[in-house]
Write a new protein. Structure first.
Length: 420
């Protein structure tokens, strides 16, 4: 059985050299799917976007966009960059280095958060650079909460969170909801390759300190073929062992933002079906491909989502509902869906203390089970960003992750296309 190829067809992309918008085509070859396009001036380009055409991936391909799709979908998660400084120099990072002089002030950031919250976008990601480079980060978090943002996510490499527990406590006290922790693997070898430093101990310390401050942590590995694509199962095992502090894993296959002298090779890309196959194979079937559904908030081929609960002794139970491609159509449904996801990434102190006093959670004891779902919820998600070689406008139009600088809103993938 093979996926339904009627969804291949034509779309639009950009020329990776001049960034002009040009027609593109999704082409199946040898079981893989490529995005191919030609710029009149700069020639032809091809990049692999999907490896494997098994029928089990059909639900990622059965979506058909509405004819009247707007160029920009509703913002349900807004990313705000608070700095471009960083204490790491990662070979794989798309954020540029910068200095403090160009950073928005807390008052300016408050205005940005207020605009977002007033427009109904109350889920904000604080990003960078490395946001913890700013000493006033707790004030920034407090400003977001004061402006009406209900969920405040911090994207961080975690180094300072582990090193300075009082800083982490200040973030929790200011109203931080949870942390998305850059976490590429369970070996120092991986960090040396991707981040230029052996920092596994620092990552573990960050998780411990977040745990003490009741901050949920979601591990965010950047997957790079030949570096850490063999650690998918070990990362998930590590996450399960650290439940309920660790709320899940959010995989990001590497993308090639910025301008490159030569196009990235297809061998340097890992596509969503490969991540799914890696999950099933490397966890010995504890998590299965059929446990996952396409992203509901974004274009289905931008990612996947699986909901689980960690039962006592590390046993896993799947919670994923039946996939409904229209679950996130209206702006309202969008927000509800985001709120649901945000709750899964946030720790519930009440549920955790109840889970300790009640008998071992078990599906036969409904109330204990529901408490366990709250206290030990676990998600495995993935989001594959598009770069100038893989950009598909059909996907871009449904992107719900927007970068907001107070004046303009732009889709995440479009923002980082050129690294400018
Ligand atoms: Zn061109």
């Amino acid at each position: 059985m093979r996926i339904d190829k009627t969804r291949l067809g034509k779309t639009q992309s950009v020329c990776p050299v001049c960034l002009a918008r040009i027609p593109a085509e999704r082409v199946a070859r040898g079981g893989d799917i490529f995005l191919e396009k030609t710029c009149a001036e700069h020639g032809s380009f091809s990049a692999v976007v999907w490896r494997g055409d098994d029928a089990q991936f059909d639900k990622w391909w059965s979506y058909s966009p509405p004819d009247n799709a707007p160029e920009l979908a509703a913002t349900c998660c807004a990313l705000v960059e608070v700095t471009s400084r960083c204490d790491l120099r990662c070979p794989v990072c798309f954020a540029g280095a910068g200095d403090a002089s160009t950073e928005p002030t807390v008052a300016e950031l408050y205005e940005i958060f207020k605009k977002l919250a007033d427009a109904g976008s109350t889920f904000v990601q604080i990003s960078g650079g490395e946001p913890t480079a700013r000493d006033d980060l707790p004030e920034i978090v407090a400003a977001a909460r004061r402006a009406g943002c209900e969920t405040v996510q911090l994207n961080s490499n975690g180094l300072r969170l582990g090193r300075e527990p009082e800083f982490t406590r200040a973030l929790a006290d200011a109203g931080l909801s949870f942390v998305f922790l850059q976490f590429d693997g369970v070996t120092d070898k991986t960090y040396e390759k991707l981040r230029g430093k052996p920092i596994l101990t620092e990552k573990t310390e960050a998780i411990r300190v977040c745990g003490e401050n009741f901050l949920g942590v979601t591990l965010v590995p950047t997957l790079v073929p030949g570096v850490n694509d063999g650690e998918i199962g070990d990362i998930i095992d590590f996450a399960v062992k650290h439940s309920p502090v660790v709320r899940g894993v959010h995989f990001q296959p590497i993308s090639y933002f910025g301008r490159y002298p030569t196009p990235p090779r297809d061998e340097d890309r890992i596509t969503l079906p490969e991540v799914l196959r890696g999950i099933e194979a490397q966890t010995a079937g504890k998590f299965k491909i059929k446990d996952f559904n396409p992203s509901a908030c974004d274009h289905p081929r931008c990612g996947f989502h699986g909901d689980f609960v960690v039962l006592p002794r590390g046993k896993i139970m799947k919670l994923t509902k039946k996939y409904n491609p229209d679950a996130c159509c209206g702006a309202d449904a969008h927000l509800k869906n985001r709120a649901f996801v945000a709750r899964r990434w946030t720790r519930s102190p009440d549920a955790e203390s109840a889970a300790q006093t009640e008998p071992a959670a078990d599906a036969r004891d409904m109330s204990a089970f529901l408490t366990r779902v709250k206290s030990h919820g676990f998600t495995i998600t993935a989001m594959t960003f598009q770069d100038a070689w893989t950009l598909d406008y059909e996907r871009l139009r449904r992107c719900s992750l927007h970068v907001f600088d107070g004046a303009s809103t732009v889709q995440f993938c479009a923002r980082y296309l050129t690294n400018a």
